[in-house]
Ligand binder design. Sequence first.
Ligand code: HEM
Ligand code: NAG
Length: 561
Amino acid sequence: MSLLQTFATLVLAWAVWQVFRAFIAKSALDNILDQNRLLGGEVTPLFVLRRLPLTVCLGNLDQLFDRHGWKFQDDLGERYGPVVKLQSLLGRKALFVFDPLALQNIIIKDQYIYEPPEWATTSFALVFGPGVLATYGERHRRQRKMLNPVFSIKHMRYMTPIFYRVAYNLQEGIKNHINDAPKDIDLLHWVHRTALELVGQGGLGYSFDSLKEDVPYTAYARAMKDLIASLFHLTPYRLWTPYFKKLGPKWFRRWLLDRVPIQGIQRLKEMTDVVYENTRRVFFEKKAALEAGDAAVKEQVANGKDIMSILLRENMKASDEDKLSEEELLGQMSLLVFAATDTTTSALAQTFQLLAQHRDVQEKVRAEIKEAKLKARGDIPHDELMALPYLDSICRETLRMYPPVTFMTRETRKDVLMPLSQPIRGVNGQLMSEIPVPKATTILVGVRASNMNASIWGEDVKEWKPERWLDKLPESVTDAHLPGVYSNLMTFNGGGRSCVGFKFSQLEMKVVMAVLLESFDFSMPDNGKDVVWNLAGVRYPTVGRESKFAEFPMKVTPIDT
Ligand code: HEM
Ligand SMILES: *[C@@H]1O[C@H](CO)[C@@H](O)[C@H](O)[C@H]1NC(C)=O
């Protein structure tokens, strides 16, 4: 054998070892019970054989990132206990976690050990630029320091009239469209346009859409809408983005990307371009207005009091070490729109579906809104609207049972001990009250699993019951000390990476509901079109299981006022 051959053999052996070592090497997680994927479905020898290559390569990832994988998610929450071991790429280990004490450590105490995985931040950075979802550690902390104050309650109060104005445009748009008679509409389309317009006006100080007519999605809206599902499906490819980023300069990577023969990736590239062009256009208009001085700013939508204008102004004043670069500001804008639009759209569509299915609840909340409006002699002001008890219970209960973000992904940056509120039994039969988690373990935070934990919420956990929020919550809820920023729920996350826009989204949901419920009755269409909710980074509805087009048909009937 020549020296070259020996060398090549050694390199190959090393590569094979790298690829397969996770299957053989001992791990501190060996003692954690496995969710044996092969026992999950119908286990015929043929099934086992057919799945073997997939199992070896993807582990449970294809089940986890399956848009119809609700059963798998439910099983994770109900069948195996608060920590379940799963397989990730090439035998690497992942833990699905929703034990309350473990969550506290992941989300708050050890949040700088449990960071988003590098593949997630890198792929967000490639698609949107280096905004909050694309950074971690010190850089992320610095970005949040600038962003947090802009989302204060005080600012939400200021923005309430803008929210109402947009919601009335929506009301008028639907009215014009249905022409005073009951009609089936794609509610998702209207709500998505509204959510985009609200983050446009309130977030960017920019109007995308007058909402007064039924027009198709613009290229920008369509891109923002399709990105979530696209990113979810492409997860197995996104796992490789940290390596892709190291391949060379931007133009070279672009050249390579243009040659990737995968349709989903080409479509993602197109969407990325559309988002980038639009964000740049808005950004430079704003910057020009700010530089031209106060008069020009006043001309802008929201009088220059939108989130980005404030951020730009604060940024000019900030010390050099806190200052965000232009690239970061652009990334911040795109990510803000992305994070704001699908999430609230999904939550609103789900709420209207539940209101259609529970007519008594719809009538009761409509009465509450009408009374408050009468009392206010006009639009219900911010604080009163937020305090309407029944409306609030409906939002909380919907966000508990149907959190738009079903689970979140993290990765340990070093070895860490994960304590548990109650010990679990290991493979060796012994109880353990903490888990030694090695560096580079994928952690899946079970948002919905935590919201649906019967030991916390009670035996009626699977019933949609707004009333549970009107009474005192069970002690088990407060005792669990969940780290969520909102209502003991994990829906908006907690800690340094909690949803920065959660008050914004609350206001949005309530203003839209108050304005629409006042003038329309909502029911499911007569032809009973089968709406299916799909799992993704943010869950979305389609008509039937096969369709990939997010929509939500609803029958809307005008109410005489
Ligand atoms: C019902 C609506 C919403 C839900 C359920 C929701 C949920 C979440 C969750 C779970 C996260 C954490 C994701 C993770 O770390 O993996 C998050 C982050 C974020 N959300 Fe929301 N969100 C909603 C609406 C909004 C709105 C309206 C905005 C903006 C106006 C917004 C802006 C953001 C941003 C910027 C982040 C990234 C924060 C960071 O990483 O520091 N969200 N959201
Ligand atoms: C549910 O919550 C309880 C009480 O906080 C916790 O001990 C348990 O680990 C959680 N998970 C399951 C599956 O019960």
